[in-house]
Design a protein around this ligand. Structure first.
Ligand code: HPA
Length: 246
């Protein structure tokens, strides 16, 4: 397989993109164990891309058990230099209602107990990666342009709060995240972003708001998610088709 430059990490829906032609399926063994799923090689919007279902082919892997190291390592191994992470989030700020898209430019990490570095050895020199800009600006700009090209409204920037899950937050926790400056909340943004940085992958996130964060909207968060998720995934498809179209 020739090297493909771009990797997409997304939910299982990503494998059901309408105009997706799967041309390969790679099972990658990594020094960190198994990735969430085989990496699909596919034609999408005129370009080839590597697709990886973060929660596994059957959507069975919860956020705190995703093998983020294996996932990023596998994409790098297969030749990706850019990674677009599709991430479902809850909207905290008033301009991020269900259905909105955002390209965050900052994050705050509230996760714990996850393997959050490749530099885990006491034998090697200590490495402190620069995380001043946690997302790659050039890839962020490409995604924003693609969204505009697809006729989608999208928020440029915002702070992603990464929580541990798998439970949703309490309203008090969301208030705290809001005071901290978070605009959206999700469970998978970290350590994915920092591991990508450690591997020198150009990584950006496309956050898809599928519900109001706890205490911000309806009491029935799951009902809200069910009502919005299909529409959100249609938008992601449209965006990716333009992103990969040139
Ligand atoms: N909280 C955390 N993660 C999420 C949410 C939420 O409300 N919605 C989608 N992912």
């Amino acid at each position: 397989m020739s090297a493909i430059d771009i990797g997409i990490i997304g939910g299982t829906g990503i494998g059901r993109l309408a105009d997706l032609q799967v041309t390969g399926r790679r099972v990658v063994a990594t020094p960190f164990g198994e990735p969430s799923a085989p990496v699909l090689q596919a034609h999408l919007g005129g370009q080839e891309a590597l697709l990886l279902a973060r929660h596994g082919s059957g959507h069975t892997i919860p956020p705190h058990l995703v093998n983020y190291r294996a996932n990023l390592w596998a994409l790098k191994h297969l030749g990706a230099s850019r990674v677009v992470a599709i991430s479902s989030v809850g909207g905290i700020s008033h301009d991020l209602p269900p259905g909105a898209l955002a390209i965050p430019d900052q994050l705050i990490d509230y996760t714990w107990g996850r393997h959050s570095t490749f530099f885990d050895s006491v034998e090697d020199p200590v490495v402190h990666v620069d995380f001043t800009e946690p997302y790659d600006q050039s890839l962020r700009a490409d995604i924003l342009r693609a969204a505009v090209g697809a006729g989608l409204k999208i928020k440029d920037g915002g702070v992603y709060g990464a929580t541990q899950g798998p439970r949703l937050e309490t309203p008090a926790e969301i208030e705290r995240l809001c005071r901290d400056g978070c605009h959206m909340v999700g469970m998978t943004g970290m350590p994915e972003a920092v591991l990508a940085r450690e591997l020198e992958l150009n990584y950006a996130s496309c956050a898809v708001v599928i519900n109001w964060a706890a205490g911000r909207g309806e009491r029935d968060i799951h009902g809200e998610i069910e009502r919005h998720v299909a529409d959100c995934m249609d938008k992601v498809q449209a965006l990716l088709a333009v992103l990969l179209g040139d």
